[in-house]
Design a protein around this ligand. Structure first.
Ligand code: AMP
Ligand code: ZN
Length: 115
């Protein structure tokens, strides 16, 4: 189910343009508009799930599908030397868009902090 007020739901529906890199039945992935690394991709469920805190038995299939997609995207992006996957959850976690998403960061040797 989509949320009419959610920018990522609108992107998934094609109402707002994005640089899509991957899509399947469960997952949508696009380049981050403000990249923090040479490769910076956001991987999101096609269902509106606000955040990691809202994952439960009814929707955890999306998380499995997201991580299947991450492995495919990393190969397609040439990230064979590795990459980082980050999820920010809620206010203290620094989440700014309240539609669950995982950041893939790569294409450079990342700092060992955080974390
Ligand atoms: P977070 O702080 O974890 O919620 O991350 C939200 C991310 O979404 C940030 O890295 C933004 O740069 C990115 N972002 C916001 N709007 C868009 C957009 N329209 N297209 C692509 N990335 C976006
Ligand atoms: Zn949404």
């Amino acid at each position: 189910m989509k949320d009419a007020n959610c920018i990522f739901c609108k992107i998934i529906d094609g109402a707002i343009p994005s640089t899509k890199v991957y899509e399947d039945e469960y997952v949508f992935a696009m380049r981050d508009i403000n990249p923090q690394a040479p490769v910076h991709i956001l991987v999101l469920p096609k269902e509106h799930i606000c955040c990691a805190d809202a994952i439960d038995e009814s929707n955890s299939v999306y998380v499995a599908k997201i991580f299947e997609a991450i492995a495919k995207i990393a190969k397609a992006e040439g990230l064979e030397k590795g990459y980082r996957v980050i999820n920010n959850c809620g206010e203290d976690g620094g989440q700014t868009v309240m539609h669950l998403h995982y950041h893939i960061l790569g294409g450079v040797k990342l700092s060992e902090k955080i974390i």
